[in-house]
Write a protein that binds this ligand. Structure first.
Ligand code: CA
Length: 238
C-alpha cells in the first residue's frame, strides 16, 4: 500500500481524488491548504504527492519547492489548468516529476499513479538487489548505477530521481541517438501519449548540472537532435 498526499482546495475534486485513490488501495492524506500541505510534508513520508498549484493561502510553486525538500523520495505530480503551460514548466523546475491537467480523468490519474509507483519500486529494488550494478564512466563523469548517484570529478551531483534515470538511460548508449518517445516511455510512463515538455525541462536541468563545474572537467554533453530526441556525447579525449 502506497502513502499518498493529495493537496487540493476544491472540495468536490479533492473528495473525488481521495476516494478514487483509496478505492485502489492507497492510504491517502488530503490537505486543502498550502499550510496543511507543508505540515504534512514535514510530519510524514509519502510515496507520491498530487499537488494542485492553485491554492487559497499559498503560491503552489512555493509549496512544490518545499515539498521537494521535505519529501525527497516522493514522486511529485502537479495538477494544473489545461492551458497553463508556464505553470507546468515552472512547476517542473521547482521539483515536480510530472503533471496532470484538470479536469483530471480518474482512469488516467490511476494509470499514471500506478506507473509512477511501479517505477519507483522497481528502481529501488534494482538498486538494492544489485550490489554490483556497476558504473558507467564517461570522462570525469561516473554514473554509479548501484548507488544511484552521479559523480563529476569526484563531486556528487544533486540529481533528482528522474534526472538520474534520464542520464542513466542516455549513458546506457553513449553517442547514440535516443528518441523522445523511447525516453518518455522508459523513464516516465509506457503509455505516454501527450506532450513531452517534462522531458525538455529535465534535459535542461541535466545540462545545468553538467556545465556548472570547474573548467577543465571533461564531461559528456547532451546534444539535441531536432525532430528526434537526444544523444549523450562522451567528452573529447585529449
Ligand atoms: Ca485550486
Amino acid at each position: 500500500m502506497a502513502r499518498l498526499l493529495v493537496v487540493e482546495d476544491d472540495d468536490t475534486i479533492g473528495r473525488a481524488l481521495r476516494s478514487s485513490l483509496a478505492v485502489h488501495g492507497h492510504d491517502v492524506v488530503w490537505c486543502t491548504s498550502g499550510r496543511d500541505a507543508l505540515q504534512a510534508g514535514r510530519d510524514g513520508r509519502f510515496d507520491l504527492v498530487l499537488l494542485d498549484l492553485g491554492l487559497p493561502d499559498a503560491d503552489g510553486i512555493d509549496v512544490c519547492r518545499d515539498l521537494r525538500l521535505t519529501q525527497p523520495g516522493a514522486v511529485l505530480v502537479i495538477l494544473t489548468a489545461r492551458d497553463a503551460e508556464m505553470d507546468v514548466i515552472i512547476g517542473l523546475e521547482a521539483g515536480a516529476d510530472d503533471y496532470l491537467t484538470k479536469p483530471v480523468g480518474l482512469a488516467e490519474l490511476h494509470a499514471r499513479v500506478q506507473a509512477h509507483l511501479r517505477r519507483a519500486e522497481t528502481g529501488s529494488r534494482a538498486a538494492a538487489d544489485d550490489g554490483d550494478g556497476g558504473s558507467t564512466v564517461l570522462g570525469d563523469l561516473v554514473i554509479d548505477l548501484a548507488g544511484r548517484r552521479v559523480l563529476a570529478a569526484g563531486i556528487e551531483l544533486p540529481l533528482r530521481a528522474k534526472e538520474f534515470e534520464l542520464l542513466a538511460r542516455l549513458a546506457a548508449q553513449p553517442a547514440t541517438a535516443v528518441s523522445r518517445e523511447t525516453l518518455m516511455s522508459e523513464v516516465w510512463d509506457e503509455h505516454w501519449f501527450r506532450s513531452t515538455k517534462t522531458l525538455d525541462v529535465h534535459i535542461a536541468a541535466l545540462r545545468r548540472h553538467l556545465t556548472d563545474l570547474p573548467p577543465g572537467t571533461a564531461l559528456p554533453r547532451i546534444t539535441t537532435l531536432r525532430g528526434h530526441g537526444y544523444r549523450l556525447d562522451p567528452p573529447e579525449t585529449g
